[in-house]
Design a binder for this molecule. Sequence first.
Ligand SMILES: Nc1nc2c(ncn2[C@@H]2O[C@H](COP(=O)(O)OP(=O)(O)OP(=O)(O)O)[C@@H](O)[C@H]2O)c(=O)[nH]1
Ligand SMILES: [Mg+2]
Length: 308
Amino acid sequence: MTAVTLVGAGPSAPAARVPLVGRPAVTARGGMLAPTRGPHGPKSALRVVGAGPSAPAARVPLVGRPAATARGGMLAPTRGPHGPKSALRLAEVGPRLVEVRCHLLKDNDVRARGLRARLRGAGVRCVSLVASPGAGKTALLEAVLAQCGERRVAALVGDLATDHDAARLARAGPGAFVRQINTGTLCHLEARMVESALEGCDLQQLDLLLIENVGNLVCPAAYDLGEDLRLVLASVTEGEDKPLKYPTIFNTADAAVITKLDLAAAAGCDLALLRSNIEAVRPGMAVYEVSSRTGAGMAALLQRMAEG
Ligand SMILES: Nc1nc2c(ncn2[C@@H]2O[C@H](COP(=O)(O)OP(=O)(O)OP(=O)(O)O)[C@@H](O)[C@H]2O)c(=O)[nH]1
Ligand SMILES: [Mg+2]
């Protein structure tokens, strides 16, 4: 059994060991959310301290109710990712620990729901990208911005540090409203960050909002950003098994995009296998194959981004 130590409840807080227990839950998009156990940022409230036969016996079961998401689905009690403000008070260990976690997710869902309504009310279509670091998210958005023509576009991009990606996007779309979101230690974007980044942006003047999430195949899955369409990218250089290893991120997306198509042969990528692995974890999900470098496949993807 895996044991975890709760930390971060204050300098003098004692450690408490709890077993990880949880059930997968069905998401609004029809996929399954598995109980996750990380990764955790530097200030994560949960830290694995032992596993296997010699691990200390667990005393407090970590069980709780699934929470409803903004999209109407259910989220299992997850244990990661945790942000800088996710310290859980030890006084609340036990069932109440899960209550706190549910509350955090609910707050994001409420915000995301409001954001989605605001964007739709203003006629703004919102598309977000999730993928591993270096999968080609920014390159794809650069290609989209370059082809947006008369469309009025905003682009928000999340990274732990630097404004490199925002600089690239601003160059690709000189007229676009572009903002970098630096998350510090946080491995995903949240709806409140999108709200803040949009301050000063007149939504009535926008047609399309693009959001690049932090490069991560785990954490962004749990956070609704108010988008209409979530694309999960898998590059040909990452290995065909990524959908099998990280099913949740595929289950919480609306469509998949295989990127860096021009490198497929050089990388020895078996495209049919990658496609079938996506199909295995998310039957019926649309899969687009693109190269931001050559422009191959971009027309079909742009059409999907425009339509939903
Ligand atoms: N050949 C080729 N290279 C690509 C393509 N798309 C992205 N790249 C390269 O892959 C590297 C990573 O691309 P990015 O767009 O920065 O990836 P990212 O997902 O935004 O990375 P992070 O924001 O750091 O998570 C860069 O060197 C890109 O030039 C593509 O379609 N073909
Ligand atoms: Mg990027």
